[in-house]
Ligand binder design. Structure first.
Ligand code: NAD
Ligand code: TDX
Length: 333
């Protein structure tokens, strides 16, 4: 029988990708619960069959609504979050509400109704690494978050672990590295630079651009999450990554070259306070225990397809662009 899956944050970047992935690769029936903050976009779910996907506009902090939706579902996959580090430095409160209270609200509902829960998190909970550190993050790396965003994600992970241990909630967790691909908000690094070039604005690099991120295609994140939902061991954490370490300057130069621009046609802007230097994921556990492998190992090819997507889908990102850049400009970025 088809599973009923509740996907929170399914109108955001990675959540909407997961919904598309479920429609294309399973016969699951999906309900999206999304507040449609500035980061949620109904167009990210358009064209999906109504018989498979329904959308509820609402807040994960609304205990009554969450209780009803969890009761009607077999599995809950929790993507909804305030997700942008820069925003968290200017106004942390929504991060505490959604990332901590929202997760608590979902956990109480899955506890009451004894439902399977999967928690989506980030490698940022582990803090950062030196550029020359031979070690990468593993499931045993101690938590050491740097920003209001990553500390609230870390707090939400710890709530899940406590609900597993204290109440026997049937939960798994995953911590993934930086995603790229279609339908990512223009506030984030890669879409910001691509769309800047498309509107005739120079790309903006924070500081010297030597910070390293470990890039993974959003579809590979989705395939890993589905594998964990189906075969992960209860209470376990799995790190998701595709060996995609690159520094920001190299990524920006790839974007510029891929869009026919001189590779130095960008501005250095004020660095992010507390800017994490490097993230890097060791995904051995996921690969050996659950047999997962990425399908998009070639970053340059995935980046080229992502550039094409933004070229072809201006109506998706245009309404957000001017406002997002104006906000950055106020902050000297
Ligand atoms: P996003 O900002 O693009 O989307 C977040 C979605 O959550 C939006 O649709 C928004 O409307 C919704 N939302 C926010 N607050 C809500 C609330 N109170 N109730 C209901 N819905 C609400 O984020 P994203 O980049 O797609 O990230 C999704 C998840 O993946 C987050 O949990 C994030 O921490 C995690 N993650 C992201 C990355 C990355 O590279 N972007 C990497 C690892 C993990
Ligand atoms: O204009 C920019 N210029 C720039 O140099 C922006 C927006 C970012 N940067 C740098 C900062 C980071 O080193 O690029 C890198 C990536 O920045 P973001 O896209 O803001 O991502 P990051 O802070 O690494 O966090 C992302 O990955 C982990 C997601 O936003 C998080 O939700 C996820 O948990």
């Amino acid at each position: 029988m088809a599973r009923k899956i509740l996907v929170t944050g399914g109108a955001g970047f990675i959540g909407s990708n997961f919904v598309h992935y479920l429609v294309n690769n399973t016969d699951d029936i999906v309900t999206v619960l999304d507040k449609f903050t500035y980061a949620g976009n109904a167009a990210s779910l358009s064209g999906l069959p109504e018989s498979r996907v329904s959308v509820v506009r609402g807040d994960i902090c609304d205990a009554q609504l969450v209780d009803e939706l969890v009761a009607q579902s077999d599995v809950v996959v929790h993507y909804a979050a305030e997700s942008h580090n820069d925003n968290s430095l200017h106004d942390p409160k929504p991060f505490l509400d959604t990332n901590i209270i929202g997760t608590y609200t979902l956990l109480e509902a899955v506890r009451r109704h004894d439902r399977r829960y999967h928690h989506i998190s980030t490698d940022e909970v582990y803090g950062d690494l030196e550029l020359d550190d031979p070690e990468r993050f593993t499931e045993h790396t101690p938590y050491n978050p740097s920003s209001p965003y990553s500390s609230t994600k870390a707090g939400s992970d710890l709530l899940v672990r406590a609900w597993v241990r204290s109440f026997g909630v049937q939960a798994t967790l995953s911590n993934c590295s930086n995603n790229y691909g279609p339908r990512q908000h223009v506030e984030k690094f890669i879409p910001r630079q691509i769309t800047n070039i498309l509107v005739g604005e120079r790309p903006k690099l924070y500081g010297a651009g030597l910070n390293v991120r470990d890039w993974i295609h959003a579809d590979d994140h989705s395939s890993a999450v589905l594998r964990i939902v189906e075969a992960g061991r209860m209470g376990e954490t799995y790190l998701i990554g595709a060996d995609g370490e690159k520094n920001n300057k190299d990524v920006l130069e790839m974007i510029l070259a891929g869009m026919g621009q001189p590779i130095d046609a960008y501005d250095h802007v004020v660095d992010r306070p507390g800017h994490d230097l490097r993230y890097a994921i060791d995904s051995t556990k996921l690969r050996t225990e659950l047999g997962w492998q990425p399908s998009f190992p070639d970053f340059e090819q995935g980046l080229a397809a992502t550039i094409e997507w933004y070229r072809d889908n201006e109506s998706w990102w245009q309404p957000q662009k001017a406002h997002t850049e104006a906000k950055y400009k106020e902050q000297g970025q």
